[in-house]
Unconditional design. Structure first.
Length: 246
């Protein structure tokens, strides 16, 4: 089965938040994305709410429950107690833990699974006890995946930012793609499923999918939102689904 597509709504929310106005409508565009065939919605509710607001989460949960019950809600973020309570209140199907500093503009690195095992393991246990699938943001580092597995997580999400950043240098992109592929190979061998996200586009997705055919899910926000300005949300979702192999 091709990788599922989760549409990250943070860029839409950030645009909305530039004005004290209700548009672009985060829930409305999420509805369009799901109706066009997206398999889920992703949000990263940061403490300062500069992107997705905490008040958006119950509305997204209701949208999925009421209109698209076969799709998924993925909440990602740094696991403070406030974040964990927010997750438990809004009941996503998947929680993606990222090692973000609150001041970061966006996620830009994965966990150090060895050094942070004692921190992550009880958090993963708590989330899994709550019934959530847990994914951990990961750099392209095949040697680290056993430590990720040992936290009890279900998946890793490959940080594909460097791969996407080499959009104008095919040789460097190919080298980064192989690093991602080897990490995915090791993760799958260790019993973990593999997601991917960051700076993925309709142009670089096919090669990623070809190298990692067992990829479970891609979460895409910035590139997808940028394309939606040109092709509309529904048309853009169709383009990304095609790039994933659907």
């Amino acid at each position: 089965m091709p990788a599922k597509l989760s549409v990250n709504l943070n860029a839409v929310a950030m645009l909305r938040n530039r004005r004290d106005l209700p548009w672009p409508n985060v829930i409305g565009l999420g509805r369009i994305a799901l109706a066009a065939g997206a398999h889920g919605l992703t949000v990263h509710p940061r403490p300062d709410e500069r992107h997705t607001r905490h008040s958006d989460l119950p509305e997204i949960r209701a949208l999925i429950d009421d209109e698209f019950p076969n799709t998924e809600f993925n909440i990602e973020g740094y696991p403070t107690e406030d974040f964990l309570v927010l997750v438990e209140k809004n009941q996503p199907e998947q929680v993606t833990l990222v090692p973000d500093d609150p001041a970061q503009a966006t996620s830009d690195h994965g966990w150090n699974f060895v050094a942070q095992a004692a921190f992550l393991t009880p958090i993963v246990k708590r989330l899994k006890k709550g019934g959530f699938r847990v994914s951990l943001f990961s750099d392209a580092d095949a040697a680290s995946v056993n430590a990720a597995r040992d936290t009890g997580a279900d998946r890793i999400e490959l940080y594909t930012g460097p791969y996407g950043g080499y959009h104008s240098d095919s040789a460097k992109a190919a080298r980064e793609l192989e690093r991602l592929g080897k990490t995915a190979d090791a993760a799958l061998a260790a019993g973990l499923q593999v997601n991917a996200g960051h700076d993925l586009t309709v142009n670089n997705l096919p090669a990623l999918i070809k190298r990692i055919p067992a990829l479970a899910e891609v979460s895409i926000g910035h590139g997808l939102t940028a394309d939606a300005l040109e092709y509309g949300m529904a048309g853009t979702v169709g383009r990304f689904l095609k790039a994933c192999g659907w």
